[in-house]
Write a protein that binds this ligand. Structure first.
Ligand code: TYM
Length: 335
């Protein structure tokens, strides 16, 4: 089988980067010849402090966002991580397979822990090991993600290879293929073309949130940082122009065109013309999501039911793989 797994943290502020880099791709893969499993990784979210009530709300909001973006619980398995215990059970085994040196190279840990690694949670350090378990507990073969997750997926492969090797079970865990494709695998901040668009940026103007209304979306694009030059006529001309590159990439991803096609149309014209067109396109594609999200959120019991059903289906796949893993490791199971 060709099985897709991916995850998103329920930590609020789902934004255009998450949409174009990940969720939009999730929907495309759902419509193709794949079995698709999409997870709200609540246990990853708590590697940094989350207010309990806000976390519960964020999990439901993320489920609503997934469905508002086009994920269909009858076509994909949608669930939250903490309801399928096999993830954390496999993660422990991977904690014993992965090496300290591998973890020490993870750039995301370095970024998130900043200057104060000593005060970071142990969970934040072990984060990539749980992520490998998320994927491999389903023997997933394809993982659609944004560019920033590439290193974690390389680590996932390393863990799979070392496990298969250590326990002499060639091919037991697959070497998962990252799917990092399209014009917007790394959407940048609208205020600073050198920083990635992020949930945690203190400036709300830096990102387009999926819950933003049409006015907010248009305003943020109008205020987006640009340079005073006209748009180049070919992609090579975006070199050294991070803000221009970002907006052209976003336009391409939203319109379904290539960057070259967008520049074929817009090359030589100024941002004063391009930005209103981009704003119209973004409003057309993004603004309806918020309305659909609110509709889903009006019935939280239904969301909980969908996630419970997803967890049952996820568990049915994960449990036998966990048990086979225990057998490879030599753990005794009497039941
Ligand atoms: P998270 O929650 O930070 O982001 C969810 C997805 O959105 C992508 N993304 C972006 N893509 C383009 N431009 C951006 N500015 C941008 N910001 C975020 C991310 O690459 C991701 O695909 N560790 C993961 C969650 C995770 C996971 C997994 C993913 C846990 N287990 C297993 C895949 C498979 C994360 O923090 O994503």
């Amino acid at each position: 089988t060709r099985r897709v797994f991916s995850g998103v943290q329920p930590s609020g502020n789902l934004h255009l980067g998450n949409y174009l880099g990940a969720v939009k791709r999730f929907v495309e893969m759902q419509e193709q010849d794949f079995e698709t499993i999409y997870c709200m990784v609540d246990l990853h979210a708590i590697t940094v402090w989350q207010e309990p009530k806000a976390l519960t709300a964020a999990i439901r909001e993320l489920a609503a966002a997934f469905m508002a973006c086009g994920l269909d619980p009858t076509k994909s398995i949608l669930f939250n991580q903490s309801q399928v215990p096999a993830h954390t059970q496999l993660a422990w085994i991977f904690n014993c397979v992965a090496r300290m040196g591998w973890m020490n190279r993870m750039t995301q840990f370095k970024e998130k822990s900043g200057k104060n690694a000593e005060a970071s949670s142990l969970g934040l350090y072990a984060y990539p090991s749980l992520m490998a378990a998320d994927i491999l507990v389903y023997h997933a073969t394809h993982v659609p993600v944004g560019e920033d997750q590439k290193q974690h997926l390389e680590l996932t492969r390393d863990i799979a290879i070392k496990f298969n090797n250590d326990y002499d079970c060639p091919g037991f865990f697959p070497e998962t293929e990252p799917i990092i494709e399209g014009a917007a695998t790394r959407v940048m901040s609208l205020r600073d073309g050198s920083k990635k668009m992020s949930k945690s940026d203190p400036s709300d103007l830096s990102r387009i949130n999926l819950i933003d209304d049409a006015d907010a979306i248009a305003k943020k694009i109008r205020k987006a940082k640009t340079d005073p030059e006209p748009l180049p006529t070919a992609a090579a001309g975006l070199e050294g122009r991070p803000e221009a590159r970002n907006l052209v990439g976003v336009y391409a991803a939203l319109s379904g065109e290539s960057v070259d096609q967008v520049l074929g149309e817009w090359g030589g014209r100024m941002f004063g013309e391009f930005k209103p067109a981009l704003a119209d396109l973004a409003v057309e594609m993004i603004a309806p999501i918020a309305g659909r999200m609110r509709d889903y959120l009006a019935d939280p019991a239904e969301i909980d039911r969908i996630l419970g059903d997803g967890a049952d289906r996820a568990n049915a796949i994960a449990q036998p793989i966990l048990e086979a893993t225990y057998d490879h490791v030599g753990l005794l199971r009497s039941r």
